[in-house]
Design a protein around this ligand. Structure first.
Ligand code: PMP
Length: 388
């Protein structure tokens, strides 16, 4: 009797379960917001990347509806074939003008933007240096490119300099890749130092602005604006799916870079163009971010309020140092993180447990929104003090 070639899947699932790494999904009903219906129960939502509370905003919904009414539901093909619409160009121009870059190009997701950009920029004769905590899309882009890949210790500028001194001269091109806000830790990459290293060693630098777009910087333009580095040469990748409340990704940079990506990025060329609904919603979101700076101000007030309450009322909690809208409570094990995550839900708080292999150590990840009210934040702290 030949062996069942699929039996390993069940065995693997059992191993994942034993390690407390098993994941399942919970349905949210209705529009996203600071409170949501999770499996039918109302909870305060600290699990969302919708940092400005735009995903349920009427104006984004109208932006999507208008685009669908005018252009239909599907883009029908790749941008290079039947998929290109003027609305895509409008969105790209608005991203470039917001970020003060020469041009931008939109992808169907942030993940695809990273895969496509990295695979297009480097190849077999090249070197990638990647922060060890980088997002999966950066790591997989690096693998897809075929370049030599070396991880450097998290945000460690001296370690990166050593690696560059040792290896840079052996390769044709070199690309440094990093999250600008680390999605599971909430800290920031040392951008000014990375820009200097890139100059010193003649490297390209790519930052992933997924969690900094419409979060960092005075106008929400991201990490470059935050560090007052706008105008320096860099490759900025980001997503339309988090603070911008839509779906899709982008790369912003020089006109040559963007022109090159349109010719060489496989995940742009060989996939269907961003849908009209997503494009229309993202355009509306960028307008709102620029017209309503008070949203960003409120987001940062909320972050500071939560930090202050935790410091005052729960000083024993291990809060990872953070400079973004993501706050993480470190816990000793995956089992403990799961227990806390489940207890939070039972008490009306949605803040998920994040466990290995996504992160090296288990934690509860709290993402703040501009639309959280003081009472939401106070409830979170009082529930945490009850269960921890
Ligand atoms: N980069 C980072 C740092 C992310 O957190 C994510 C989303 N989890 C992505 C890229 C991918 O973006 P998208 O969801 O638009 O594919």
């Amino acid at each position: 009797m030949p062996q069942d070639p699929y039996s390993w899947i069940q065995a693997s699932l059992a191993t994942i379960q034993r390690a407390n790494w098993y994941r399942s999904v919970l349905p949210i009903h209705g529009r996203p917001g600071a409170t949501v219906l999770l499996s039918g129960k109302e909870v305060i939502n600290f699990a969302s990347n919708d940092y400005l509370g735009l995903a349920g905003d009427e104006r984004l919904i109208q932006g999507a509806i208008t685009a669908v009414e005018k252009l239909g539901t599907g883009s029908t093909g790749s941008r290079l074939l039947s998929g290109h619409r003027e609305l895509h160009r409008e969105l790209e121009e608005s991203i470039a003008s917001w970020k003060q870059t020469e041009d931008a190009v939109v992808f169907s997701s942030g993940y695809l933007a990273n895969l496509g950009a990295i695979a297009a920029l480097v190849g077999k004769r090249d070197l990638i240096l990647s922060d060890e905590y980088n997002h999966s899309s950066l790591k997989n882009g690096a693998i897809l490119s075929g370049a030599e890949l070396i991880s450097y210790p998290h945000c460690h500028v001296a370690g990166l300099r050593n690696l560059l001194s040792q290896y840079r001269q052996n390769y044709r091109r070199c690309l440094i890749i990093t999250d600008s806000v680390f999605s599971m830790d909430g800290d920031l990459c040392p951008l000014p130092e990375l820009l200097n290293l890139a100059d010193d060693f003649s490297c390209m630098l790519l930052i992933d602005e997924a969690h900094s777009t419409a979060v960092l910087g005075k106008t929400g333009a991201g990490c470059m604006e935050h560090f007052q580095c706008t105008g320096r040469t860099i490759i900025q990748v980001g997503t339309l799916s988090k603070a911008l409340g839509s779906l899709g990704g982008y790369v912003a940079g020089s006109a040559n870079l963007i022109d090159y990506l349109r010719n060489r990025a496989p995940s742009w060329i060989y996939t269907t163009a961003l849908s009209p609904a997503d494009t229309g919603a993202a355009l509306a979101a960028i307008q709102i971010v620029q017209q309503e700076p008070q949203r960003l101000v409120q987001l940062w007030r909320n972050v500071e309020y939560l930090k202050r309450l935790i410091q005052e009322q729960l000083p024993h909690l291990k809060l990872l140092p953070t400079q973004s809208s993501i706050l993480c409570l470190q816990l000793p094990s995956a089992a403990e993180a799961l227990r806390v995550g489940q207890q939070l839900i039972s008490k009306g708080i949605f803040a998920p447990a994040i466990r290995p292999p996504t992160v090296p150590t288990s934690r509860i990840r709290i993402s703040m929104m501009a639309t959280h009210q003081a009472a939401h934040i106070e409830k979170l702290v009082s529930v945490l003090s009850e269960i921890l």
